[in-house]
Design a protein around this ligand. Sequence first.
Ligand SMILES: *Cc1c(COP(=O)(O)O)cnc(C)c1O
Length: 423
Amino acid sequence: MRMDTICVQSGWKPKKGEPRVLPIYQSTTFKYDTTEEMGRLFDLEDSGYFYTRLQNPTNDCVAAKIAELEGGVAAILTSSGQAANFYAIANICQAGDHIVCASTVYGGTFNLYAATIKKLGISCTFVDPDAPEEEIERAFESNTKAVVGETVANPALVVLDIEKFARLAHRHGCPLIVDNTFPTPINCRPFAWGADIVTHSTTKYMDGHAMSVGGCVVDSGNFDWEAHKERYPGLTTPDETYHGIVYTEKFGKGAYITKMTAQLMRDLGSIPSPMNAFLLNVGLETLALRMPRHCSNAQKVAEFLQAHEKVEFVNFAGLPGDKYYALAQKYMPNGTCGVISFGLKGGRQEAVRFMDSLKLAAIVTHVADARTCVLHPASHTHRQMNDDQLREAGVTPGLIRFSVGIEDPRDILADLEQALEQI
Ligand SMILES: *Cc1c(COP(=O)(O)O)cnc(C)c1O
């Protein structure tokens, strides 16, 4: 099936007499006839549902659809994008381990890797994703277990050179984890370029309507954990909490996601509710229709702003003069996403006055919504960062993040026009 068809048809495949629409299995638990039957599930001897913290049929159908969209072998839904990015690391790292991460990642991910996992004994070295390979090479240590980046960074809009990062990661025996939230698999499939694991904040375009917070981790099945057996003992040596099973031996290409379900979901429990998974699925059905519209609207907005005398700069990889134009053409020839960022002449004060004058575009802590929205990273999402960290993350004090929706572009441009007149 092609992408548009997968969006609509994949996941829930009803048999004779079953509901046409994905049912919401709003049930914590599932019934069995014998003690033995249920016991085998606990031993991972049989697959089946027993408790929604571990698995739920509604959630699994939606995860399967996202796995298919990304071209992966397995996926798991999480309760948020943050949980997805935490689990992706926690599944293969433990105290004493180290990761390498692009410095331009989303503020929440930056915090998670710079501060929170550090308290758990996992250290992170942030690298400039545009630096030459030899320079990034120096960030690796003998205990480096993963490399992380964002296809299109939120909000810096830096396009990741996925092949460069995959080469670096693989040279050091590590998987490359790519947060593909902004382009979605409609615009970029990182596995085709060498990424091993993809994460998502499904809260953004996948849901697309700002209805539910969620995340997803997808495994390509390509990383050979067995070839680096001593580095990934959690996957390649017996799990005593499951009667000594070895995930790579028992589940092959499904090892990474099965371990995440069996250990992290069991112990940490960041599951989405089946209701939220259902809403996510409704969003996914139109993802392939919405993404091109977001991109073409954003292109018009970017061109309008670039030509405006009150605008100092525009970041959008669809503009031929953009620093990331060439990388975007290579990895995302059909467009990156609907998010652009720009700075007004002046700075912080002008940014605030402009934002307060917008009528159609709403000030919300959100992005990648069907409705146009706007945010000031320095006073919102990146508030916790000092000026140096802001600069490293590609965020200046006057930077405005503008998430172009799927409205008629003429209305969006008119709103921008009148707000710009106010400054
Ligand atoms: C929003 C976002 C996250 C965090 O996701 P939540 O669903 O808000 O927890 C992670 N990565 C990127 C790129 C994001 O845009």
